[in-house]
Design a protein. Structure first.
Lengths: 113, 113
């Protein structure tokens, strides 16, 4: 779909074959890495303009405002693009546990090392 | 290629169409998000067993030990898999600036919000 994303920003994105970039969300206060989602241009545009972290769901093929159903939104404080343009770092304040399991982060349950 | 990755771990990974998962690297001390790279089973196996963060370079199509040329390795302290199995969180101690530009992190230069 056509997006209203600032063309200066759009020109710096290196999207994957599906038009997406990875978005890492970090807690503004605790600095914990909360989750990783995917954004296309429109999801990034909505995130920047509404400050509600918004992703593209690859499994459901739809936009998804984090916390839309749970209430546990991610209020966005800062967004940065990495040096090769394919990953965003979103700094946010979570309104509750981020993981759908109820855990604070999506990385709490499965430690490999 | 065939990997020696622990089959219990391999069974929990949800790889993309190219057989990769995203790997977010966070500084063990400062908690800064340093970079995001990509790992296949073998890169993860090497990361877990050598504790030197090792990625699959999509552009060069080869394994890549971070710091192999610069000396700025990422010494791995902890590795976690997220709730849906498609992203790793690698906690590491960097031996120098992580970004190839000489910046501390790959997210230092381009702030969108």
């Amino acid at each position: 779909m056509t997006s209203s994303l600032d063309p200066d920003i759009a020109g710096r994105l290196k999207r994957d074959a599906n038009g997406l970039v990875a978005a890492v969300v970090q807690d503004a206060d605790t600095r914990a890495v909360l989750m990783v989602g995917w954004m296309d241009d429109e999801a990034l545009h909505r995130t920047l303009t509404t400050r509600a972290a918004t992703f593209w769901s690859r499994s459901r093929a739809e936009y998804w405002v984090k916390g839309q159903t749970s209430g546990h939104m991610l209020v966005v404080r800062e967004v940065r693009l990495d040096c090769d343009g394919d990953t965003l770092l979103v700094t946010a304040t979570p309104a509750g546990p981020t993981c759908h399991t109820g855990a604070t982060t999506c990385f709490d349950a499965d430690r490999l090392l």
